[in-house]
Design a protein around this ligand. Structure first.
Ligand SMILES: Cc1cc2nc3c(=O)[nH]c(=O)nc-3n(C[C@H](O)[C@H](O)[C@H](O)COP(=O)(O)O)c2cc1C
Length: 189
């Protein structure tokens, strides 16, 4: 069994990234609870933005999902469980994560259309979205809403998330707020 870790923890803090701390808390608890599972990392930074040429190429290959251009989509489709981690940037998330979403949104592989509309084809039953923001969590945060809707499209039944908010409000309180958010992430395993 495989947990896919979509690692979009781009940060000027490097290993001190709060978003990465959340991801580590979740993954460590996951490994402890599922010692027989493999954890595989996906790196959105490896993927190029989509171009018209890429889309034409993708359209002509429809059904040939063994092509390298579908590698990210194949990996996402076949994962048994998924955790996505990305900082809260400009009210959503880094552009690289959107590029990743565009790569995994492969019609015929991760979802397909029927007369009733979109049907999801991903194997995972659960996806957890982890993010940290300078401000406190607002209503209908775009990253949270987007992943919730993507889970519906991909046929992933359970969506949960942690928003570690208020990270840049008062530096004295940041460690405690982050520790609380990490505890919440552990509890989602
Ligand atoms: C490019 C950029 C954009 C950001 N935009 C927002 C924002 O719109 N709202 C907010 O509350 N915080 C924003 N922040 C602050 C980060 O969300 C916050 O510092 C977060 O904890 C960073 O996570 P990290 O430690 O993993 O880098 C932004 C930070 C950066 C670098």
């Amino acid at each position: 069994m495989k947990l896919l870790f979509v690692d979009c923890c781009i940060s000027q803090r490097g290993k001190e990234s709060r978003t990465l701390a959340l991801a580590k808390a979740y993954i460590d608890a996951f490994r402890a609870a599922h010692p027989d599972w493999e954890v595989e990392r996906a790196d959105p930074m490896d993927l190029p933005p989509l171009t018209a040429e890429f889309l034409d190429d993708r359209d002509t290959r429809k059904g040939e999902f063994s092509a390298p251009m579908f590698a990210a989509a194949r990996q996402f489709q076949s994962a048994d469980s998924i955790v996505v981690a990305a900082p809260y940037w400009d009210l959503s998330y880094p552009a690289q994560l959107k590029t990743y979403i565009e790569h995994i949104s492969a019609n015929g592989l991760c979802y397909h259309y029927t007369e009733q509309g979109c049907q999801g084809d991903c194997k995972a039953e659960k996806l957890v979205y982890l993010t940290s923001g300078g401000d406190f969590e607002g209503e209908d945060s775009v990253g949270v809403l987007h992943w919730k809707q993507l889970c519906k499209m991909f046929g992933i039944e359970t969506f949960t998330y942690v928003f570690a908010g208020g990270m840049d409000i008062d530096p004295v309180k940041t460690p405690e707020l982050l520790a609380q958010a990490c505890e919440k992430a552990r509890s989602l395993v």
